[in-house]
Design a protein around this ligand. Sequence first.
Ligand code: PLP
Length: 241
Amino acid sequence: MTGFPERLARVRENIARAAARCGRSPDEITLVAATKTQTDDTIRQAIAAGITVCGENRVQEFTAHLAAGAYQGASVHFIGHLQTNKVKYIVGKVELIHSVSSEKLLLAIDRQAEKLDLVQDILLELNLAGEVSKSGLSMPQALPAARLAAELAHVRLRGLMCIPPPAAGPGKNLPYFEKLAQIAVDIRNEMGDNRADVVCLSMGMSDDYQDAVSAGATHVRLGTALFGPRPPVPINFGREF
Ligand SMILES: *Cc1c(COP(=O)(O)O)cnc(C)c1O
């Protein structure tokens, strides 16, 4: 994994510069290392180099890395598509689930968290471009889902997440990020006692994280910018189990 410390330094510099341009502190932005398809060793090295949060996409990879102790020294967030029947592998084992893409999933997470007698922090994932290939709540579904989350005793809504289409160039995804920030404001205005919890905006990937920071991102999820081109999917991880 040559070059990781240099790439990490560059990413941090870019985040700091984008934050400074809009009067934010870089401390407001959590760098989530998107570790999909990376090995245990690569994850350990990334953590040794200063990564504090790993973002996992696939249940099976998460379970394997966890069993191997690869995340020692960092916390883990789940950022990938989650099927309702897999929540038992994730709830209570990750600090934050970014990708709650339906009310059905929200309810399943709440039920599992209740079983474990804990409160799971979650973000609602919005499909802002209405892409059929992607999961996520539509804009009209966001507020009702937030209200539902507020009623559930075993989930805590922390904010919103989006995965816009690949950025076609600098500034191109800014409107999506600004939209997500606006929807978060609308939700906060409706939230009563829980509003102080709803502060997270998980948005921005390798090609557009600086624009996301400009629009208020609190979490950027970076794979390629940190690790370089992704290795192929490991042989056993090709399919969901
Ligand atoms: C892979 C992935 C990322 C990181 O993608 P890069 O373009 O490599 O930075 C971020 N978020 C999610 C949900 C991902 O699946």
